[in-house]
Design a protein around this ligand. Structure first.
Ligand SMILES: *[C@@H]1O[C@H](CO)[C@@H](O)[C@H](O)[C@H]1NC(C)=O
Ligand SMILES: *[C@@H]1O[C@H](CO)[C@@H](O)[C@H](O)[C@H]1NC(C)=O
Ligand SMILES: *[C@@H]1O[C@H](CO)[C@@H](O)[C@H](O)[C@H]1NC(C)=O
Ligand SMILES: *[C@@H]1O[C@H](CO)[C@@H](O)[C@H](O)[C@H]1NC(C)=O
Ligand SMILES: *[C@@H]1O[C@H](CO)[C@@H](O)[C@H](O)[C@H]1NC(C)=O
Ligand SMILES: *[C@@H]1O[C@H](CO)[C@@H](O)[C@H](O)[C@H]1NC(C)=O
Ligand SMILES: *[C@@H]1O[C@H](CO)[C@@H](O)[C@H](O)[C@H]1NC(C)=O
Ligand SMILES: *[C@@H]1O[C@H](CO)[C@@H](O)[C@H](O)[C@H]1NC(C)=O
Ligand SMILES: *[C@@H]1O[C@H](CO)[C@@H](O)[C@H](O)[C@H]1NC(C)=O
Ligand SMILES: *[C@@H]1O[C@H](CO)[C@@H](O)[C@H](O)[C@H]1NC(C)=O
Ligand SMILES: *[C@@H]1O[C@H](CO)[C@@H](O)[C@H](O)[C@H]1NC(C)=O
Ligand SMILES: *[C@@H]1O[C@H](CO)[C@@H](O)[C@H](O)[C@H]1NC(C)=O
Length: 688
C-alpha cells in the first residue's frame, strides 16, 4: 500500500511536470550506463534524456551502441529506452526524472498506470579486485503499479553494434543454472584487435538475465520486426532460432504477469576478454578469472553478488556525497560523483591466468592516443588513489616498473608508457616512444613515495630501489635546467628550461629523499627550488598587476599553471615556501578567463585535473578558500553547462569561439578531481 501511495505521488508529479524532466543533482554531459573498463564503456548523452525512449546510447568514442528497453502494460507496448524506428504498436513512455550517483544512473518513466525505473549500476570496489574486475554491468528495471494489478512484461535487447562491426557477427544462446545468456562475437577478429572506433573485436559480448520469483523468461535473436514485434503483440518472444543476420537483435523478455506494488528484473551486460591484455607477450586475464575461470560461472557470480555490490556501492555513494560536500560543498560532490565510474572505466584489473598473488592494473589513455599505463596519465589520478585506494598506485606502476627492471628499456630516464596501443603492453625495447624524460622520472618517484606514505608498505619501493635511484640521479643531474623536451601538456609542444619541470625535479628529489631516508636528495630538491626562485628576474616575474607568479619557462613573463607544487604540500615535503603557495593562490583568480583558468597565458583551453590540483595547492593560504571555490564552481559550471554530450572531458575551452566545449572524453584523469579531498582528508583511513 505504501508503495502504491509513493507510486501515485510519482505518477501525479509526472503530470505536473509534463515535458520537463527533474535532474538530480544536475544534468551532466553524459550518463554512464555500463562503464567498467576501456571496452565496457556505454553512455547516454545528456541531450537525449527528455526523449529517452528513442535515445541513442554511445560507446565512449561516440559510435552508437544499440540497447533497447520495451515494456507492456495490460497489453499495450511502451518504448522506454533506445528504441529506433519504433513500431506503430508501441508508444513512447514519458521521462519523469534522471539522477546520477557515483555508481548509478537512474531514470524514471511513466507508462500507463505503471512507473518504471531503469537503474544502470556499474559497481566500483576499492578493495575487492574480483568485484572490480568483473567485466559486467547491471541494468535493473523496476515496475511499480500506481493502482490495481496491471499485467506487465519487460523486454530488452542489444545488437551487433556492441561487437564493433556489423558485417559478420555470430550469436549463441546458452543456459547456466537459471541464467539465460546471449553471446555475440565479431567473426574472424584477431586477438587484441580493435575496431576503428576502439571496440574490442576479440571480445565476447554477453547479455543475460534470470527469471525472478516465478516470472517467465524468453530469449530470441532475429530481426527487430520479428523479435520486438512478437513481444509487443504477445508479450513473449518467438521460439524459432535462426542464424544471425546483419540488423538482428538479441533480446530477453520477462513476463511478470499481474503485479501489485513493485517488481524488478535484472540484466547483466558484459564485454568479456579472456585474453584481456597482451603483457610482454603473456596474456593477462581479468582478475576475476582467478576465481571463475568460465564466463558462465563469472556471470552467475556477478548476478549472485548483486546485493553485496549494492551494499558496497551505497556506502561509496554516500561517502563521496558526504565527504565531498564537506570538503568543498555540493558542487564539488556533484563533480566527484560523476567522475568515479569514469576513473575505473579506464582501468582493467588483471592477473596472469589463475595466480591471484600478482594483481596488476592497466590504464588506457582513452581518447588521446590509446597508450598503455602512460605514467603522466596515472600521475594526475594520484589524488584519487592516495585518498581512497592507494594500493592501485602499486598495481598501476608495477607493469612499467617490472618491464624496466628486465633491462629491456634502454634509457636512463623513465619510460612514458608500456605500449602504444592498448591492450598491447609490449614495451619499447628499441627505446622509441614519446619521451618525457623529467616528467615521467619525477612522476614515478612522487607516485611511489605517495604509495609508501599512504600504505606504510616499503616492499614496492624496496623491490625497485635500483630504478628509483637511477631516476633520482638522472633528475639530480638533468632536472634543474631541463633541456628541450615535452612535458605532460604535450599539446603545447616542447620547451627548454620549462619551469614546471624544474619544479617537478625539486619535488620528486625530495620525495625520493623521504622515500629512502637520504636527506641529501631532499636538500638537493630544496636547493633546486631556491635556485628556481632566483633565476633571471626571479621566479616571480611581476608585470603591471604586480601579482607574482611562476612563468612557463625561466625568465619569461608568460604564466603557466604550476600544478606540480601540489604534491609538495600533499606529501609534506617542505620544498617550496609558504609564500610560493600564497602567491600562486592569489594569482589564479587574476587570470581567470570566461569559463575558467587556462593551462597557460597563450592558450584558450584548460585542464580540469590540473585545475583541481591548483585548487588543492591553494588550500591553507590566505586566499585559498576563495580560489578553490572559484575552481570548483568553474568546473561545475562546465560540467553542467548543457553544451556537451561526450563523457566528462578533462580538457575544455575556457575562452574563444568554442568556450564551454569539451575536447577529450572519458579519460581516467578525472581522478585528479579528488585533489581537494586528498589534501583535506589525507590517505584512506583504512589502508587499502
Ligand atoms: C554496417 O554499418 C554501416 C554504418 O552503420 C553501414 O553503412 C553498413 O551498410 C552496414 N553493413 C552491413 C552489412 O549491415
Ligand atoms: C595488438 O597486437 C595484435 C598482434 O599481436 C594486433 O593484431 C592488434 O591489432 C593490436 N591491437 C592494437 C589495438 O593495435
Ligand atoms: C514473490 O512474489 C510473491 C507474489 O507476488 C510475493 O508475495 C513475494 O514477496 C515475492 N518474493 C520475493 C522474494 O520477491
Ligand atoms: C503470438 O503468439 C501466437 C501463439 O503462440 C503465435 O501464433 C503468433 O505468431 C504470435 N505472434 C507474433 C507476432 O509473434
Ligand atoms: C604466483 O605468482 C607468484 C609471484 O610471481 C609466485 O611466487 C607463485 O609461485 C605463483 N603461484 C603459482 C601457483 O604459480
Ligand atoms: C636555462 O636557464 C638558465 C638560467 O636562466 C640559463 O643560464 C640557460 O642559458 C638556459 N638554457 C637555455 C638553453 O636557454
Ligand atoms: C646522496 O648520498 C649518497 C651516499 O650517502 C650518495 O651515494 C648519493 O650519490 C648522494 N646523492 C646526491 C644527489 O647527493
Ligand atoms: C624560502 O625562504 C627563505 C627565506 O626567505 C629563502 O632563503 C629560501 O630561498 C626560500 N626557498 C624557496 C624554495 O623559496
Ligand atoms: C599582466 O599579467 C596579467 C595576467 O597575465 C595580464 O592580464 C596583463 O595583461 C599583464 N599586464 C602587462 C602589462 O603585461
Ligand atoms: C615564453 O616562452 C614561451 C615558450 O617558448 C613562448 O611561447 C612565449 O612567447 C614566451 N613569452 C615571452 C613573454 O617571451
Ligand atoms: C578556510 O576554510 C577552512 C575550513 O572551512 C577554515 O578553517 C579556514 O579558516 C579558512 N581559511 C581562511 C584563510 O579563511
Ligand atoms: C555551483 O556551481 C554553479 C555553476 O554550475 C554556480 O552557479 C553556483 O553558484 C555554485 N553553487 C555554489 C553553492 O557554490
Amino acid at each position: 500500500m505504501m508503495l502504491n501511495i509513493i507510486a501515485t505521488i510519482l505518477i501525479s508529479s509526472f503530470f505536473t511536470f509534463v515535458n520537463s524532466v527533474t535532474f538530480k543533482p544536475v544534468a551532466p554531459p553524459t550518463y554512464p550506463l555500463a562503464v567498467r573498463n576501456p571496452y565496457l564503456s556505454a553512455w547516454m548523452p545528456g541531450n537525449q534524456i527528455a526523449e529517452l525512449a528513442s535515445g541513442q546510447p554511445e560507446f565512449w568514442f561516440g559510435n552508437p551502441l544499440n540497447w533497447a528497453i520495451i515494456v507492456r502494460v495490460d497489453g499495450h507496448a511502451y518504448d522506454l529506452f533506445g528504441v529506433h524506428g519504433s513500431s506503430s504498436s508501441s508508444s513512447a513512455a514519458t521521462v519523469v526524472s534522471a539522477e546520477y550517483t557515483s555508481t548509478h544512473s537512474i531514470f524514471n518513466l511513466g507508462a500507463g498506470s505503471v512507473q518504471f525505473t531503469l537503474d544502470f549500476f556499474s559497481p566500483v570496489s576499492l578493495t575487492n579486485y574480483v568485484r572490480e574486475s568483473l567485466p559486467f554491468s547491471y541494468l535493473t528495471v523496476t515496475a511499480t503499479a500506481a493502482s490495481g494489478s496491471p499485467n506487465v512484461q519487460i523486454y530488452s535487447d542489444i545488437d551487433e553494434t556492441w561487437t564493433g562491426q556489423n558485417a559478420s557477427t555470430s550469436a549463441t544462446r546458452s543456459v547456466a543454472g537459471s541464467t539465460s545468456i546471449l553471446t555475440l562475437n565479431a567473426d574472424n577478429a584477431a586477438t587484441y584487435s580493435q575496431s576503428a572506433d576502439e571496440i574490442a573485436l576479440w571480445a565476447d559480448v554477453v547479455y543475460a538475465s534470470r527469471p525472478v520469483n516465478g516470472s517467465k523468461l524468453s530469449v530470441a535473436t532475429g530481426s527487430p520486426d520479428s523479435v520486438r514485434g512478437s513481444f509487443e503483440k504477445n508479450g513473449s518472444l518467438p521460439t524459432s532460432a535462426s542464424s544471425w543476420t546483419a540488423g538482428d537483435v538479441a533480446g530477453i523478455a520477462h513476463d511478470l504477469g499481474q503485479i501489485s506494488g513493485s517488481k524488478s528484473v535484472t540484466y547483466a551486460i558484459g564485454v568479456v576478454r579472456e585474453n584481456a591484455i597482451n603483457y610482454l607477450g603473456q596474456a593477462q586475464t581479468g582478475f576475476y578469472r582467478t576465481e571463475f575461470s568460465e564466463t558462465s560461472d563469472a556471470l552467475n557470480h556477478f548476478l549472485d553478488d548483486y546485493d553485496a555490490a549494492i551494499e558496497e556501492s551505497d556506502g561509496l555513494d554516500s561517502t563521496i556525497q558526504t565527504t565531498g560536500a564537506s570538503v568543498a560543498g555540493s558542487n564539488y560532490s556533484d563533480i566527484l560523483a560523476l567522475s568515479l565510474r569514469q576513473i575505473f572505466g579506464g582501468v582493467d584489473v588483471t592477473a596472469e591466468s589463475t595466480n591471484s598473488s600478482t594483481p596488476l592494473a592497466f590504464m588506457k589513455e582513452i581518447s588521446s592516443d590509446g597508450n598503455v599505463n602512460t605514467i603522466d596519465v596515472i600521475f594526475p589520478t594520484l589524488p584519487f588513489w592516495y585518498a581512497l585506494a592507494p594500493n592501485y598506485i602499486r598495481l598501476l606502476l608495477e607493469p612499467d616498473m617490472a618491464y624496466m627492471a628486465t633491462g629491456r628499456w634502454p634509457r636512463q630516464f623513465a619510460i612514458h608508457d608500456i605500449g602504444s596501443n592498448y591492450p598491447n603492453a609490449t614495451g619499447h625495447d628499441n627505446g622509441a616512444e614519446e619521451d618525457m624524460p623529467i616528467e615521467e622520472s619525477g612522476n614515478i618517484l612522487i607516485l611511489s613515495y605517495a604509495y609508501q606514505l599512504a600504505t606504510g608498505d616499503t616492499s614496492f619501493t624496496t623491490k625497485y630501489s635500483a630504478l628509483f635511484k637511477q631516476f633520482a640521479d638522472y633528475i639530480a643531474a638533468n632536472g634543474l635546467y631541463p633541456t628541450n623536451q615535452l612535458s605532460t601538456t604535450d599539446g603545447l609542444g616542447s620547451f627548454t628550461n620549462m619551469t614546471s619541470l624544474g619544479i617537478k625535479s625539486a619535488v620528486s628529489l625530495a620525495a625520493y629523499g623521504k622515500m629512502t631516508g637520504q636527506s641529501n636528495y631532499t636538500s638537493l630538491g630544496r636547493s633546486f627550488a631556491s635556485t628556481i626562485n632566483t633565476i633571471g628576474t626571479g621566479i616571480f616575474t611581476s608585470n603591471a598587476t604586480d601579482q607574482p607568479y611562476f612563468d612557463i619557462v625561466y625568465d619569461n613573463t608568460t604564466w603557466y599553471m604550476q600544478f606540480n607544487i601540489m604534491p609538495d604540500k600533499l606529501l609534506g615535503l617542505d620544498v617550496f615556501n609558504q609564500s610560493t603557495f600564497n602567491a600562486q593562490s592569489a594569482f589564479y583568480p587574476a587570470v581567470r578567463s570566461q569559463a575558467g583558468v587556462a593551462i597557460e597565458e597563450l592558450a584558450q583551453w584548460g585542464k580540469t585535473d590540473w585545475q583541481m590540483w591548483c585548487a588543492a595547492a591553494s588550500l591553507g593560504t590566505p586566499t585559498g578558500n576563495a580560489t578553490a571555490q572559484m575552481f570548483v564552481d568553474d568546473l561545475h559550471a562546465f560540467m553542467a553547462n548543457g553544451m556537451n554530450t561526450i563523457p566528462f572531458s578533462d580538457r575544455y575551452w575556457v575562452d574563444g569561439p568554442q568556450v564551454g566545449e569539451g575536447v577529450f572524453r572519458a579519460r581516467p584523469t578525472v581522478g585528479g578531481h579528488y585533489a581537494l579531498w586528498a589534501m583535506k582528508e589525507g590517505p584512506a583511513k583504512t589502508k587499502r
